[in-house]
Design a protein around this ligand. Structure first.
Ligand SMILES: [Zn+2]
Length: 428
């Protein structure tokens, strides 16, 4: 009986291109929305006509940019895979490694060179788009604050850090694979978790200071009010920081991090543009995320997802036929991992859809938490200001936002908060 030959490569390209075209269709829908001149009735009570026009202009430019960038990237990737760029880089990495080290270290050194090659190539393709986005689109809409010098420094630093981190992770993964133990995917899973944990611990202390200046929030009424809120709710606050987001962009934000004790980080732009009571409302929203375990839920989902992926990896790891379909004729543990990363790429789109759906639900819960703590009106005012300052989308396409938004649209949030405010006023 003859063996069935499955054209893995062609199937992969077909699935990948289909996903990408679907994303392009969503981008196009959003673009059409940003072409509209007429202001939607539902946003009229909260935003002036000139704000609508300004955001439409910015979002139209962004949509055009995203459509073009996605199309160029898709074409580049298909051509790169078709002509076998990755196998060629791998062969060159191994031959270079051959000149430096001998047999037992060949694969690992080849892997470190391959990652650097790959990152440089990626940067080379991304750079024209990143430059255009920052110094043309953001600049034209007065959202860019970064200098070319800082931009170059950030990019180089990012490249070096990504290289070091990825090399370390893959180095240990290769050691586990070389051991040829039975449930090796469980060990890799544990390693990935440990790495993730380590990264979140070292990020604020070692990595973030390379990019941003983070200073403790100075004493004063804002700090006192934050401390009162945290104490009232039992939020395990360690420190409050201010980050110099304004050195790079006009966008503003707030977030917290940490496992057992939490650090709150406020953008300097947020402090500058919002009233104190509005910042406290944003803080209640953040405390809401903590109260309902939103960060832990995401971590749990991510753990299950990584486990699922690694289990699939254990099924295909020794299949040198799949590697050959992708043009790799010298098979190794690292090659199987590279192919695996390629194969799981489209599943990321599906995972993101579910993650974004959960995230939007969590954002509504956090908003309602601020309302129940008496800061509904301030949160509403703060969100309207933030949308104006960040040039948020005032005319989102419903399908585009379903697949791309981590937060509900501004109109949805305002409606939800207004409804909750009416209910709490009735109950009082
Ligand atoms: Zn939130």
């Amino acid at each position: 009986m003859s063996e069935i030959i499955i054209p893995y490569f062609e199937i992969y390209i077909f699935i990948y291109v289909s996903f990408e075209l679907f994303k392009e269709y969503l981008n196009y829908r959003q673009y059409l929305k940003n072409l509209q001149k007429e202001m939607p009735e539902e946003i009229k009570p909260y935003f002036e006509e000139k704000v609508f026009k300004k955001t439409q202009k910015y979002k139209k430019a962004m949509a055009e940019f995203v459509i073009l960038k996605s199309f160029v990237h898709l074409s580049e990737l298909v051509v790169a895979l078709w002509i076998g760029i990755l196998p060629k880089i791998w062969e060159q990495s191994i031959s270079l490694a051959n000149k430096i080290v001998t047999s037992p270290y060949l694969d690992k050194t080849g892997m470190i060179i391959f990652i650097l090659y790959f990152l440089i190539l990626n940067m080379f393709f991304d750079l024209p788009f990143d430059l255009y986005h920052t110094f043309v689109i953001e600049e034209n809409h007065k959202m860019n604050k970064i200098s070319l010098k800082l931009f170059i420094k950030d990019n180089n630093l990012q490249l070096i850090l990504s290289w070091i981190i990825a090399s370390f992770l893959f180095y240990f993964i290769l050691i586990i694979l070389e051991m040829k133990i039975k449930y090796f995917y469980l060990y890799i899973w544990a390693l990935t978790l440990a790495f993730g944990l380590l990264f979140t611990v070292i990020f604020p202390h070692l990595i973030q200071p390379c990019f941003n200046k983070v200073v403790p929030l100075e004493e004063g009424s804002l700090k006192e009010k934050i401390l009162v809120c945290c104490k009232k709710e039992g939020f395990p606050l360690k420190k409050i920081y201010v980050i110099d987001g304004s050195t790079r962009s006009a966008h503003s934000n707030a977030y917290f991090y940490g496992f057992f004790t939490k650090h709150i980080v406020l953008f300097d732009t947020l402090i500058k543009n919002l009233k104190e009571e509005e910042i406290i409302a944003v803080l209640w929203h953040e405390i809401g995320h903590w109260k309902y375990w939103h960060d832990k839920i995401f971590l749990f989902i991510a753990m299950i997802y990584v486990f699922g992926l690694l289990f699939i990896f254990s099924l295909i790891t020794q299949n040198s036929y799949i590697a050959q379909c992708f043009g790799f004729y010298s098979f190794s543990n690292f090659v199987s991992f590279v192919i695996f990363c390629l194969l799981v790429n489209p599943t990321d789109f599906i995972l993101r859809f579910f993650m974004f759906w959960i995230s939007r639900r969590n954002e509504r819960i956090a908003d309602l938490y601020a309302v129940t703590n008496g800061y509904g009106q301030e949160l509403k005012n703060g969100l309207i200001k933030l949308t104006k300052d960040n040039l948020g989308n005032l005319n989102p396409d419903p399908y585009y936002s379903l697949f791309n938004y981590t937060h509900p649209t501004i109109v949805d949030r305002i409606k939800c908060i207004t409804m909750a405010l009416k209910l709490t006023n009735k109950n009082d």
